[in-house]
Design a protein around this ligand. Sequence first.
Ligand code: F6R
Length: 611
Amino acid sequence: MCGIVGAVSTRNVVPMLIEGLSRLEYRGYDSSGIALVLNQANSPEFERVRVAGRVADLNAKTTNSTGQIGIAHTRWATHGAPNEANAHPHLGGNEIMVVHNGIIENFADIKNELIALGYTFTSETDTEVIAHLIAYQQTQTPTFLAAVQASIRQLHGAFAIGVLSLQNPTQVICARQGSPLVIGLGFQEFFFASDIAALLPLTQKMIYLEEGDIALLDYQKIQIWDNTGLAVIRQPRMLDVCADSAELGPYRHYMQKEIFEQPTAIANTINQALSQGFNPDQFGEQAQQILQQATAIRIIACGTSYHAGLVARYWIEAYTGMPVSVDIASEYRYSNGLEQRGTLIIAISQSGETADLLAAIRNAKERGEVKILALCNVAHSTLTREADLSILTQAGIEIGVASTKAFTTQLAALYVFAGCLAQARSSLSDEKLAELANWLPRLPAMISAALSQESEIEGWAQALSHHAHTLYLGRNTLFPIALEGALKLKEIAYIHAEGYAAGELKHGPLALVDENMPVIVCAANDALFEKLMSNLREVEARGGQIYLIAEPGCEAALPYVKSAIFLPLNTGPLAPIVFTIPLQLLAYHTAHRKGTDVDKPRNLAKSVTVE
Ligand code: F6R
């Protein structure tokens, strides 16, 4: 989604703003822009440069620009086409510049009022309304800050903004209400951005703004006010993330790099479980009590994170016998019904900023006495701050829009969680718990072994790249992995793909199967293999082209398949994590063959902070 960067410094801020924007490119965008205040001492004026294209184009157009205070933006179009006129920053009343993430729901009403007051609009965006509104409020209120505060009170929706004013040429204001914003502290220079990734080369000392905060930055200091207008102090934190984690290194794409980082990311995520086993205390002081007292589990998430939730349901039900439901956040937030007292809501999100998910957990709290457990990859995200309990995955920054290591680390963390829940509730014998825990140390090596089969997958990708449709099949925990494999292929290779529970085949999708339909099948060597064999026969009898990914022991399927790849090892209960690897590689290599923009697939954004 959109990205914001702002800076005030005694140095030229243009390279910082451009570098910051390029570090936000991964979030998805279609136009970009920058605004600076020039001649601060005499007659201040704005320099604004906007392009309907890449940050590289903006960079080329700003090589001669210099300024010490500025704001910049990458826009992902919501209101109006991705052209230069709609790109941010937007000018209000000739004296205000605004960049904005999010959506202003009541923009049409405010726009009509401002037009009646004589303001002229030059774009189709909701953002331009904010710029003119602040300009108008500057004529009604004593200070720049008061004008921004008064304007924000009128806005409905979720947003983060950065504002420049010619009347206050040495100041920049930023504010958040529903969309993330972080302030970076340098030496005699300050920055803000919608994502820490933009600021990592400049500083690791950050302040996370709280909901409703407004901050005023100048050359000397930062001042912050909360949503009641009270001056507040927010403590800075030193982050343990280095700028290099956002570098591509020897890889062709971030997605490829992130696929290969999975053995390490997973080892880091399960680190505590490796030393302590399934000890609920690893999730925090209250964890033991919350897990013991939970009456039911409801998992809420979107997209790939939702698929992780679907896998977790199988594990939790099998190990604890507790009822588990899994909901898509955008559906849950508008559904009805009360929550059973004591329900534990597990909110899964790699970013912790997904608008639908945040709305869903706030809604869940209104439906009953629930506890919220956040499973997230970002330590100080909105989600983790609003939850009672947090489990952090250790995937590191994920740049590729299509989630890979964030997903498998979610799965690894959920497996540990399911074990801890069983431990806390004494629902499994010590022997069974030890058996489940014993799989964990083997996981990073199993992932590495699956990665080593990349060249065989490349052969499949060549064949798949010529098809327009694909089916993915799996049973039990591999059913959600079929969904995830299909989602990855859709997202980055733009091939229509559907994931199905293999048992559903003859209830509809079998009608699609003929000699032109590739069918990717995940086969575990488990109690359901015989059932899956029947499904393979059904496909083969209709001429379907079966590509089988299987564990050792599934050789009986070979007569029915066009091609097979056998994982080197049996993967037991961790099968969904390991089977994900070949499906990620398949999507990646198919997309690469087709020449699509793997890391920034069309129409998609990394963090979906609007509804
Ligand atoms: C797909 C993908 C998305 C996200 C979804 C939720 O590859 O990444 O489907 O999983 O937008 O995002 P988070 O996990 O940040 O809430």
